[in-house]
Design a protein around this ligand. Structure first.
Ligand code: ADE
Length: 498
């Protein structure tokens, strides 16, 4: 990721971003941060960059010419995304940071004095961003805040395998308190449960502490958290059908868009996809209208949504211009106990070899060893891309790998298949190479993911298309329960698909 910061104080941003994690990422060429001195581009013989505002008023304005020429020097002939840091912009959020992190290049323009001549802003700025409702003396600190927040979401910046976007399972809740050594300090002891080694009790304690802390320190966030949880009883009246919605709430990944009785509309904060369920058509339409407004406010022109009732399809089509692209049954693993794994897979190559040798010795013949399962890395991205037929979106698969939610099955060290978790939380992305079919590789992968999800306190589920007989059989063999009704994926059809 390349940042170009246009400023009158280049040393300030260079020094501010030269240390710690961001400095190290820049030194390792994962980021480049180039501070451009606007003053170097003025044509004024006294190197002046400001002047009085027409019409009078306090203070000085930065002039158009040096700003434009400084911008030209980095833009070349192109039109890179250019952010002007100003208290008049949209408020900077984690969501916006995530969106900006997808760019290859960003130009950040720092103002000073009373601002910048409007005409140059009109020509070069694509985004106006504020870091909060207070006024600073210049845009340098805001630009540094933005670079820091965006950079930590760039793959590799936080170090191997760590994701800046921890798919937080706490959502609107603040972090729970943490303790390190010693066990007692200033007469204060670490809460005993944290020393107990009981992961379940520790998780429960942390959740409670996070709730209490949020209620006390951020009543605004707590109200949101409560409003979402209040939807759960209504959604759980049809548990299987609404598993995607309840899991989104339980995993802290939901934003409430609309609720009235049993009519609920949520937005998945990770993917931007909406989920809609309606008690009747009238309320369902009200929820669709709220969805439309919400999407427009988020700058989303063609929202994607999952409908939970067939009778809402025409209304969604009319109001949002979307069409049904696929329909699925929900398949839910409703038990709390983990699935047995014996004979399916190992997670340690050494053990696998030993077992294979033992089996071969016992049987006196070459028995095919079970698969080894491990998390995929970006090195396997090309392999997944070449094999997986359902999703032709490299960025999506890359994202799934980076978030640690793609697993591969290896036989004799050779990749035989993979599976993962979709951004919205359903298990899927399953593919087994033809030569490895009928050897329980799919079952091994799915078992592994179900057990992993259970360990993390989730209810595992997936979505099965009506005509996907193989997937249906697999889910049934693992004891998953199917919803009676289907859910409907609605999206704008791409012109080439029409
Ligand atoms: N420049 C001055 N104050 C600012 C703020 N709050 N956000 C972004 N840029 C600014």
């Amino acid at each position: 990721m390349r940042f170009h910061i246009l400023t009158l104080f280049p040393e300030m941003v260079q020094q501010g971003l030269a240390e710690s994690i961001i400095g190290r990422a820049a030194a390792n060429d994962i980021l480049s941060i180039d501070a451009v001195n606007i003053r170097d581009y003025t044509i004024d013989k006294h190197r002046k960059t400001d002047d009085y505002p027409y019409g009078g008023g306090a203070g000085m304005l930065m002039q158009a010419q040096p700003v434009y020429d400084a911008w030209k020097s980095v833009a070349g002939g192109g039109r890179p995304r250019t952010v002007y840091l100003t208290p008049q912009g949209q408020t900077f959020t984690q969501k916006l940071a995530r969106e900006l992190a997808r760019e290859d290049e960003l130009v950040l323009l720092c103002g000073h004095y009373e601002g910048i001549d409007e005409r140059v802003l009109e020509e070069i700025v694509t985004d106006y961003i504020s870091i909060g409702d207070y006024v600073l003396t210049g845009g340098e600190l805001p630009a540094m805040v933005l670079v820091d927040a965006v950079s930590r979401m760039v793959p590799g910046v936080l170090g191997n395998g760590v994701s800046g976007e921890t798919e937080s399972f706490e959502g609107d809740l603040l972090e729970y308190p943490q303790y390190s050594r010693p066990e007692e300090w200033h007469g204060k002891r670490v809460p005993p449960v944290l020393l107990s080694g009981n992961q379940k009790e520790i998780a429960a304690w942390r959740r409670e502490a996070a709730v209490a802390r949020t209620r006390e320190r951020r009543p605004d966030l707590y109200r949101r958290y409560e409003a979402l949880r209040a939807c759960l009883p209504a959604l759980k009246k049809e548990k299987l059908l609404h598993i995607d919605m309840t899991e989104l709430i339980e995993r802290g990944q939901a934003r409430l868009v609309y609720v009235k009785g049993r009519t609920v509309c949520l937005c998945d904060t990770a993917s931007g996809i909406y989920l809609h369920t309606a008690e009747n058509r009238e309320d369902g339409i009200a929820a669709l209208l709220a969805l439309r407004e919400d999407a427009a406010a988020c700058g989303e022109e063609s929202p994607m949504l999952t409908l939970h009732q067939k009778f809402m399809r025409e209304d969604a089509q009319k109001l949002l211009g979307v069409e049904e692209t696929m329909s699925f049954y929900q398949a839910v693993y409703t038990r709390k106990e983990k699935l047995p794994v014996s004979g399916l897979y190992q997670t340690d190559a050494g053990q696998q070899e030993k077992r294979a040798r033992r089996d071969a010795a016992q049987n006196g013949k070459d028995k095919k060893p079970a698969a080894e399962i491990r998390r995929l890395t970006l090195e396997e991205l090309a392999f997944v891309r070449s094999v997986y037929r359902t999703v032709d979106d490299e960025n999506y698969i890359r994202d799934r790998i980076e978030k640690g939610w793609m697993y591969g099955a290896f036989v004799d060290g050779v990749p035989a298949g993979f599976a993962g978790m979709h951004t919205e939380g359903g298990l899927g992305l399953l593919e087994v190479l033809p030569e490895y079919r009928k050897r329980h590789i799919g079952k091994a992968l799915e078992t592994y993911l179900i057990n992993l999800s259970l360990e993390q306190g989730m209810t595992p589920y997936g979505q099965v298309a009506e005509d996907n007989e193989a997937s249906r059989k697999l889910q049934e063999s693992l004891g998953l329960c199917f919803s009676r009704q289907k859910v409907y994926w609605m999206e704008k059809k791409h012109p080439e698909k029409l």
